[in-house]
Design a protein around this ligand. Structure first.
Ligand code: FE2
Ligand code: FE2
Length: 284
């Protein structure tokens, strides 16, 4: 099973002239490029997770623009809001993808129908840019995971539930991280925790499970761990591809940009021939 993840698309109004990236990064164009890239993968993803900050301001217009840009995606979408969305507009824009029985106050939900159970936990707070894994979320996630203890599970969310060393993001992010970690640790069927929000590919272990952060499809945060500085950089748009092989997830990070490509199909053919004939790989 292949689970693609895109995040932090930060779409703006189609004709927007606002924002620091105007004339530098066209977030609609970068998202469209990622969509085209995902559609070109063979094998392609079975599902595409969207882990929040789909838009800059969360307006119905921006959400509609997001849906327009991702419309060509072949694989089905599963969506969670980020801190740049507003719950009512988000619920309305994705009513067809969200269950009718969403919990009160958050958009957490389960996506079934795949070899891996996909559990989305929404920690956003109405009216705030920071987030909280509070009692409600803890009870919801614990009971949701407890309902299917034998099924391999991917937990997806917007805010990474761990500090990463980008001080300004760590201190403005999620409250209740240790509570979140205790819930994950209590459910060893969790094979991956996949987050967004940090606009960088990042990996760690969380509650005994592998955990990853997806880059943005728009712009990245500079890899600079000096707590006195911060930068946003027009590094290429990215996505992650989480490959489930029946035992574990392996996460690939893809960047989408123009670059020189050397065709090494002859080498691939030679490797296959050496494996099939048992010649092996002796040095010349
Ligand atoms: Fe973001
Ligand atoms: Fe965010």
């Amino acid at each position: 099973m292949l689970v693609a993840q895109i995040s932090d698309c930060h779409l703006r109004d189609a004709d927007s002239t606002k924002g620091p990236w105007t004339g530098i990064v066209d977030s609609s164009a970068t998202l469209a490029a990622v969509v085209e890239h995902l559609n070109g993968l063979d094998p392609g993803p079975d599902v595409v997770l969207v882990t929040g900050d789909l838009t800059d301001d969360g307006t119905p217009e921006e959400l509609a623009r997001f849906r327009e840009v991702v419309e060509p995606l072949v694989a089905p979408l599963a969506v969670l809001p980020g801190n740049h969305e507003h719950a009512p507009a988000f619920r309305e824009a994705f009513a067809d993808l969200l269950p009718d029985d969403l919990p009160e106050g958050h958009c957490s939900h389960v996506v079934e129908g795949h070899p891996v159970r996909l559990v989305g936990i929404d920690t956003t707070k109405v009216g705030f840019h920071d987030a909280c894994f509070d009692d409600d979320r803890a009870v919801w996630l614990d009971s949701t995971l407890a309902a299917e203890p034998e099924r391999p599970t991917l937990v997806f969310t917007h805010f990474p539930p761990f500090a990463v060393g980008l001080d300004y993001m760590d201190t403005s992010g999620l409250a209740g991280r240790s509570r979140f970690e205790a819930v994950i640790a209590a459910h060893p069927q969790v094979a991956l925790v996949a987050a967004g929000h940090l606009h960088r590919p990042i990996h760690t272990i969380f509650g005994g499970a592998p955990a990853s952060v997806c880059p943005s499809t728009a712009f990245q945060l500079e890899l600079d761990l000096d707590p006195r500085r911060g930068g946003a950089v027009a590094e290429p748009p990215g996505f992650q591809l989480h490959r489930w092989d029946g035992v574990r997830f392996v996460t690939h990070t893809g960047m989408v940009h123009e670059c020189t490509r050397l065709d090494i199909t002859a080498y691939v053919d030679d490797v296959r021939r050496r494996v099939e004939t048992g010649v092996g790989f002796p040095k010349a």
